[in-house]
Design a protein. Structure first.
Ligand SMILES: *Cc1c(COP(=O)(O)O)cnc(C)c1O
Length: 429
């Protein structure tokens, strides 16, 4: 592997503010550029069928400014907790643009979501639908729901599959009994459509199209058998983005043609009926906008190996790596300055990048070629705008959580830091 050129893969705006950021908040620091959020949104929007709706999945990055930017661009919100719902509403997302999802909703959260105006839910089982119906009668509200379907595989792609095998998500497409019940209204709730979400991070363009085609055909078969006309077809997502390594956001030039074609075949009346076609994305909207700045604390040898200890471990980045979030379990940082490594101190063997946590599991890269590494050096980890801090083991080892800095091109628009503390809980009699 050749040595990366200094700063390659880091947005120029972030490079320009680097010294100022490091001086003010230190490292680890996440830096997000809203200008990149805008270009990522425009790119994905352009690749999707005309007239379809794009929902931002807040679990990828619930930062208020980032969410507000996406809402201002026209993104709707896919949320899976009251915390995410609060962020979406505070970002001026109208409640009727929210889809509430998740395989384990509590009665309290469903009621809270209804009280805050949410009227569209994805239900994942007969029990989940029952809970929604009961919450609607308690609150005197009505709601529509999408039936989440565990559809058969359309491809072998994706770094983390949700469907096409036994799964906690949704109702098996073969479970006719459950589907028949869910396709009929209950109390104050009624089915308005179907929801599929096959896998995330599907890299091959043909595989992505095949997943959507499979989803559409599965939904059409279920709806057709029951004589049900869906108002909403939520085809989920799976749009890929590079994670924690340099790389451009993939585009999908053939996707809209392929999806429109299968939709027109499976639902020939959909344009006349005004059927809503919905997509969801977290990583493809947020990943490219983020860069993690981290400092090398030590470089040392042990036996025949070299270790570089960073100030960011799995408490800051990659707590999800063990769960299959990373396609390859390795980050690829880039040096932000040439630094002071003398020619004789250049590392000639692969380096294992580890974090500062007292556990041998705190490994960010098993072996990378990084001859330039030296203590004190600041590194940038590009494409970390999705599944960064909130997908990490923030509380483990009680280290100060990373700062988050939001830029808009050349302006710093927000700076903050997570705080972890215990609050007293009061018991009622
Ligand atoms: C996680 C999730 C998403 C977003 O996945 P990305 O890979 O970040 O695009 C979308 N929809 C649902 C239902 C999810 O669970």
């Amino acid at each position: 592997m050749t040595e990366p050129s200094t700063g390659s893969g880091i947005p120029a705006s972030i490079r320009r503010h680097l010294a100022q950021i490091v001086q003010n908040v230190g490292t680890p620091a996440y830096v997000y550029d809203l200008a990149v959020v805008r270009s990522s949104f425009a790119a994905l929007r352009d690749d999707l069928p005309v007239g379809s709706e794009l929902f931002y999945s807040l679990k990828a990055n619930p930062h208020p400014q980032l969410v507000a930017q996406l809402v201002a661009l026209g993104a709707r919100a896919e949320v899976s907790s009251i915390g995410e719902l609060a962020v979406a509403l505070a970002a001026d997302c109208p409640a009727h643009h929210v889809l509430y999802t998740g395989p384990g909703k509590t009665p309290e959260e469903v009621e809270e979501a209804l009280n805050r105006g949410v009227r569209l839910f994805s239900v994942e089982s007969v029990t989940d639908r029952q809970r929604l119906a009961e919450a609607c009668s308690r609150t005197g509200t009505t709601a529509g729901y999408l039936i989440r379907i565990n559809s058969p595989r359309g491809s072998t792609g994706g770094s983390l599959r949700m469907t096409g095998r036994p799964s906690a998500f949704g109702v098996d497409h073969t479970d006719i009994q459950a589907l028949d019940r869910l396709l009929r209204p209950l109390g104050r709730v009624r089915p308005v459509g179907m929801h599929t979400f096959c896998a995330t991070n599907i890299a091959a363009p043909a595989a992505l199209a095949a997943e959507f085609e499979q989803s559409v055909r599965t939904i059409a078969a279920i709806a057709g058998r029951a004589g049900f006309t869906p108002d909403v077809l939520d085809l989920g997502g799976g749009f890929p983005a590079p994670f924690a390594r340099p790389g451009a956001l993939p585009r999908h030039p053939y996707l809209k043609g392929a999806v429109d074609a299968v939709l027109d075949t499976a639902f020939p009346d959909r344009r006349r009926n005004g059927t809503r076609v919905v997509f969801e994305s977290g990583r493809a909207l947020a990943a490219s906008a983020g860069t993690l700045l981290t400092t090398v604390l030590d470089v040392k040898r042990s036996g025949d190996r070299t270790f570089a200890v960073l100030d960011s471990g799995v408490n800051v980045l990659g707590g999800m790596s063990g769960l299959g979030r990373l396609r390859s379990p390795s980050i690829v940082p880039v040096p932000v300055d040439a630094g002071t490594a003398s020619p004789e101190s250049r590392l000639t063997t692969p380096v294992t990048l580890v974090g500062p946590l007292c556990t041998p599991l705190d490994v960010l890269a098993p072996a990378i070629d990084a001859p330039y590494l030296h203590p004190g050096q600041v590194l940038a980890v590009p494409n970390t705008g999705a599944y960064g801090p909130t997908a990490s083991l923030l509380g483990f080892l009680s280290r100060t959580p990373p700062a988050e800095v939001v830029l808009d091109g050349d302006h710093i628009v927000a700076t903050g830091r997570f705080e972890l503390r215990t609050q007293e809980v009061t018991f009622r009699d």
